[in-house]
Design a protein around this ligand. Sequence first.
Ligand SMILES: Nc1ncnc2c1ncn2[C@@H]1O[C@H](COP(=O)(O)OP(=O)(O)OP(=O)(O)O)[C@@H](O)[C@H]1O
Ligand SMILES: [Mg+2]
Length: 624
Amino acid sequence: MSNKLASDVDFKLLDVVFVFTTQSELFLGRSYKLLSVLEFNSTRKRMSVILQDEEGKLLLLSKGADSVMFERLAQDGREFEDKTKEQMHEYADAGLRTLVLAYRQLDEEEYKSFNEKFMAAKNSVSADRDEKIEEAADSIERDLILLGATAVEDKLQNGVPECIDKLAQAGIKIWVLTGDKMETAINIGYACSLLRQGMKQIIITLDRPEIIRLEKGGNKDAFAKASRDSVIYQINEGKKLLSSSSTESFALIIDGKSLAYALEDDVKNLFLQLAVGCASVICCRSSPKQKALVTRLVKAGTGKVTLGIGDGANDVGMLQEADIGVGISGAEGMQAVMASDVAIAQFRFLERLLLVHGHWCYQRISSMAYASFSGQPAYNDWYLSLYNVFFTSLPVIALGVFDQDVSARLCLKFPMLYQEGVQNVLFSWLRILGWMFNGVCNGVMIFFFCTTALQHQAFRKGGEVVDFAVLGATMYTCVVWVVNCQMALSVSYFTLIQHIFIWGGIALWYLFLLAYGAITPTLSTSAFMVFVEGLAPAPSYWITALFVVVATLIPFFTYSVIRMRFFPMYHNMIQWLRFDGHADDPEYCQVVRQRSVRPTTVGVSARIDAKLHSQPAASRRESS
Ligand SMILES: Nc1ncnc2c1ncn2[C@@H]1O[C@H](COP(=O)(O)OP(=O)(O)OP(=O)(O)O)[C@@H](O)[C@H]1O
Ligand SMILES: [Mg+2]
């Protein structure tokens, strides 16, 4: 970095320039006592110190951005104003970062009253401490005498233009939000190829003669109104220009003062429309808050995903507002890195971060979205172990041992039913796969219903949201209910044992939760007190369980009903006899018999059948 001083700076300056290091020790044979430091921040855009020299003279020395320093000069302190401005333009055009230097002599009284105010502000612990300090500082940093300007070369990091080029090719829109002066920002825009010759620049600025005249006039209201109108007018002009040509590409450059008006509620959408239509957008002299507001505007206004990248404390708001904040660690301290989601060491690494890792992650997450690469089971280990043992096994055993789809009497009455076994219609692969499919569907439904029902809201009265243990236990409750209820739906013949097993299995789950949750947390881990303190007092647990269970049962229930009603198997038809009370209606029984899996060829019934068949078709139809 090279430090250059503006050439016409009064040589008195040499005495003061170096005092900006915080030591109060001596330079050029003089010693100064450092009395106060008015710190820099990106909103103030300036920094001052108050010194006392050997003769006891009090000096306030300030340095800062041109936009704030020039308006703080005294009427008689502007001797070098035009010359300095001219030279600063030159420096900024060359891409250098400029600072304006100014000073003022203070008298004892003034310093004393300032110091009291300043110390009180610094020592205050109220929420408006910063505003108080700012106010105190503001009151003394006035009526300054211009000394000159410095210019510092602020080099782009390696590989920035190439990186930006790659990102642009990837279809990413790039906005530059900087605290720098407009000329410097434009120059840097060229250096990193965001701007190029032949691109039409739409510049929105309040650096216009009529506005400056009003500002000097001192009527604040008139000035604010004129500024606002001017910004709206310029935005509208820009939009007209934009719509007049579809082939040219445009760059929008806006300074901080105009941005303040452009971000007002009723103007911001207009501004966004203009900005979105431009190929590049550069916001200069923006404060940290404006950086954050612009990011929010883009995020909310376009619905696009935003990424903020920055290295300084002035980027923290923006990094936190953006969907993804990337901090660059380096010369400007650690604030940006600490506020970021991802930290990198150099800007150019962003290329690899997005184009390589971004792509891979996207592709991986698309197939892993819900587990997020985690092998964490949703259920406590003991829930899983006891699933087959206590909560769901007994009804299955009861079904396997006791179930009767058709009563003994009907089995005997319709011997053809036996053919279902001989022809093995019930043990088909399709049926087995169908049951598996049913299981998977139920699992998926329970998971997604429960997570969506519970995820984004307060779970209990106190406003607590669900944690993993509560979510797991809720899902498990639904699983136990669904499995047992499906069992109840599949059972054709209820005995007391079936009832005890099915409803007992469900009751056992709650008893288990109570008992297991009551033992020490070292053993019960995530289930500790989960029912007593977590689930039971929360109405949302009971409501969720009720609705999820009913909803999950609907597909199975619908399937069973449709199957039974429209595509009955032979035993289903016989079951109907029981339900419809047709069991003793000989004609109906005859119809059922005729629908059997295979026609009978020998025996008494076959003889009757054969006889029926040999009758004329018309009378047969009658008899049916
Ligand atoms: N230590 C300082 N003392 C006085 N003025 C400063 C100091 N640092 C920066 N400035 C002035 O304040 C302005 C704003 O600084 P800020 O840190 O917000 O942004 P920046 O560093 O210029 O740009 P970027 O946003 O790209 O980091 C600078 O352009 C400069 O003119
Ligand atoms: Mg900076």
